[in-house]
Design a protein around this ligand. Structure first.
Ligand code: PMP
Length: 306
């Protein structure tokens, strides 16, 4: 049976094959939509599926929508209920990815945020690793810059902004790397990966670019900060990070809903540590995978059972 089978579209759950938009749809033409990426994790032991930090993702969708002046007609609680209903209908016994998408659904010509109809759809899809989480990946500094708050605000998860991510990721792959690290538009500091946040470990301290380095304020980033501080007693510093600080870091890793916690073994062909997953990265990754599967009671409020 093909998966997924369903989508929430124009107010109801319907077969995904029937969920189609008009080719004139404004956000298809101009990228004026905001979205989220949420994961559900299958716990083989309890035979249950858990959605990770669902409410926080929908809160960020609301923030993104505010920036793009998109009015979402469903309150957060209802979006959570719809998501759970969709997942129940799909009945996955594997990890999945949930994609809510709030968009300008009007058909008029012209890039505008107002005076157009708006709507929201949600679909889900089975998904395993996005980046290899078992090894340390090979990363380059992108020749492309990150967008800035005064062009397309990276704080909002805007569909059109993913041209920026796609151009970075594709360049990295074509040049034989697994991922890219992207600098801020002035070229001065590290921002993040093509679609994930980045952390460095130096002298047993975690360092990550601050919210004003044109990052998407990642929910996994927030989870990692909490795990490091509360479970591992590690200090976390949010401050601007220079490109060459990455070269001299003891450890480096990416984090994101898709990326999860993924070790970086080299940047621009400079080996990080001994080139394999660092000790602290390993500890954070292992705690993360336990938390998302609702295996640690203290964090069970982050996991919603399907
Ligand atoms: N930065 C960008 C550009 C992203 O697309 C993502 C993935 N949503 C992230 C960071 C990580 O955010 P999160 O941990 O909330 O998935």
């Amino acid at each position: 049976m093909e998966k997924p089978k369903f989508a929430f579209f124009e107010g109801k759950i319907i077969p995904i094959s029937e969920a189609k938009v008009d080719i004139r749809t404004s956000s298809l033409q101009y990228g004026t939509a905001v979205f989220e990426g949420i994961r559900s994790y299958w716990n083989a032991e309890t035979e249950k599926n858990y959605v990770f930090r669902m409410e926080d993702h929908y809160k960020r969708l609301y923030d993104s929508a505010r920036i793009l002046m998109i009015k979402i007609k469903y309150p957060i609680e209802e979006l959570c209920d719809i998501t759970l209903e969709l997942l129940k209908k799909e009945g996955y016994t594997e990890d999945s990815y949930i994609r809510p998408f709030a968009y300008n659904s009007g058909l008029k010509i012209g890039p505008k945020l107002t005076g157009t109809e708006q709507d929201l759809f949600i679909y889900t899809i089975p998904m395993g690793d996005y980046l290899d989480t078992t090894k340390a990946i090979k990363v380059c500094t992108s020749s492309w810059s990150r967008l800035s708050d005064n062009s397309i605000p990276p704080r909002a998860k805007v569909s059109g902004a993913y041209v920026n991510s796609a151009i970075q990721k594709t360049e990295a792959l074509l040049n034989g790397f697994d991922e890219a690290i992207v600098l801020t538009s002035d070229g001065q500091h590290v921002s993040e990966g093509s679609a994930m946040n980045v952390f460095a470990v130096k002298n047993n301290t975690l360092i990550t670019p601050p919210v004003y380095s044109d990052i998407l304020e990642g929910i996994t980033r927030d989870t990692v900060i909490k795990i490091a501080q509360d479970e591992l007693n590690i200090k976390v510093i949010e401050r601007p990070v220079d490109r060459t600080e990455m070269y001299t870091a003891d450890e480096l890793f990416f984090c994101g809903t898709g990326a999860q916690v993924s070790a970086i073994g080299s940047v621009d062909n400079r080996i990080i540590g001994n080139g394999s997953m660092g000790q602290l990265t390993g500890k954070i990754q292992s705690l993360y995978f336990k938390i998302v599967k609702n295996e640690i009671n203290k964090y069970s409020s982050w996991c919603t059972e399907v």
